[in-house]
Design a binder for this molecule. Structure first.
Ligand SMILES: [Fe+2]
Length: 400
């Protein structure tokens, strides 16, 4: 399986990469493409036609000077590509199960939460390129076809950005206005790193670094991206949960635009509510913040082990509608339950579970379901738990 060691084979080991480059220093590495065979052999990455056919969302495209943009579907993107437009498909991993294990492996190598990774795909014609910008996520760009030069410059305007930015453009009307300067530089600062790559080249594009590219030959690259979800998000999710448990926090500021007298009374009420906050913050459930930060589906808390209930029977049937399956569970006590699954990759979880004897950890379960999204896994695990096909066992052996 492709991981850090394979991406930078011949340059740095995974340990050296983590010490010298991760998370803040760009690295460009050229090595023979043979080491990336398991990515290259994914059918969607061998042909643009197969890729656009599998991608069930609008495809972003822009013309040579980047002034015209269009969102199109499927083969229409190929027609534009032939006319010199660049095509960009965000989060192709939703439709390409084969890339899931690579993302999960990279997350693990980098010590990031489960599910942080996603994959974008770019096809561009010779003579085009990306204008100077920075991204909010870390990227590992894998050049599969064609040649391209990358330019990197340090960004002195922002640290840990939560959205991307572009040279000469003011930060957008988003979270960046709370921490970024009123405008970004008019010119890309002097590059700290420039290198041309061809097939097999891998580029580590750190969060926030300015970069631009120039494409020399028709190019196809995938970007293995790692989403840097901030601590603030986890804390806010938990605080929202705490506040929503209380009816006064679910209430709406009624009459806030009413008479002055009424407004004064609402203000007093609002101040009282805000004064409660420090006390509520003390009640934040650290375990819940921690499991969110680990990226584990709620039912896969790492403190649990799982076991199949021998009394339960589960069968897999193909559905009338192609591309979907039905799992049926029969349990003498809980009756019969059915679930339709449409994610092909969840079948690997089903097969793995079928063969399981004895108990196993949440981590093993996650690994078996690796390509699927956390939300899809969450749904399936819940389906197995509710009719007691699966049971949770605590570390001390006691049942849930
Ligand atoms: Fe970028």
């Amino acid at each position: 399986m492709v991981g850090l060691n394979t991406l930078f084979q011949g340059k740095v080991s995974a340990d050296e990469f983590l010490k010298k480059y991760w998370p803040n220093h760009p690295l460009i590495h050229q090595a023979p493409i043979g080491r990336l065979d398991s990515i290259l052999s994914i059918p969607e990455f061998q042909s643009l036609e197969v890729l656009v056919d599998s991608y069930k969302r609008p495809i972003s495209t822009w013309n040579r000077d980047g002034k015209m943009t269009r969102e199109v579907k499927g083969r229409e993107a190929i027609q534009l590509y032939r006319k010199g437009w660049t095509i960009y498909m965000a989060k192709v991993d939703r439709f390409i199960p084969g890339i899931g294990p690579v993302l999960r492996r990279l997350e693990k190598d980098l010590g990031l939460r489960w599910g942080a990774g996603f994959c974008n795909a770019f096809a561009s014609k010779a003579g085009t390129g990306a204008s100077p910008h920075f991204d909010y996520a870390w990227g590992f760009s894998v050049q599969l076809r064609g040649t391209k030069t990358w330019y990197f410059s340090k960004n002195t305007s922002v640290v840990n950005p939560t959205t991307g930015g572009a040279i000469g453009i003011a930060p957008g009307d988003d979270d960046s206005r709370h921490y970024a300067p009123p405008s970004y530089p008019k010119k890309m600062p002097k590059p700290a790193l420039v290198q041309k790559i061809g097939p097999g080249g891998v580029v580590f594009n750190p969060r926030g670094w300015w970069h631009r590219t120039v494409t020399h030959q028709d190019s196809f690259a995938i970007d293995l991206e790692m989403d840097p979800r901030p601590w603030a998000d986890y804390a806010l999710n938990e605080l929202r949960r705490l506040l929503f448990q209380r009816e006064e926090w679910r209430a709406c500021p009624l009459g806030i635009r009413g008479s002055e007298k009424h407004q004064a009374s609402i203000q007093r009420h609002a101040k009282n509510l805000m004064n409660q906050l420090p006390m509520l913050v003390k009640n934040i459930d650290f375990d819940s913040v921690w499991s969110q930060a680990m990226g584990l589906p709620e039912n896969l808390d790492f403190r649990w082990r799982f076991k199949k209930d021998r009394k339960a029977k589960a069968i897999l049937k193909s559905n009338k509608k192609p591309g979907s399956w039905i799992i049926e569970i029969r349990h003498p006590e809980t009756g019969r339950t059915k679930l339709k699954i449409v994610d092909r990759e969840l079948l690997s979880l089903w097969n793995w579970l079928e063969e399981r004897e004895g108990n196993f950890t949440g981590d093993q379960l996650l690994e078996a379901a690796a390509p699927a999204s956390a939300a899809a896994i969450e749904e399936v695990i819940r389906f197995f738990l509710e009719p007691q096909y699966l049971r949770r066992i605590r570390a001390d052996g006691e049942r849930d």
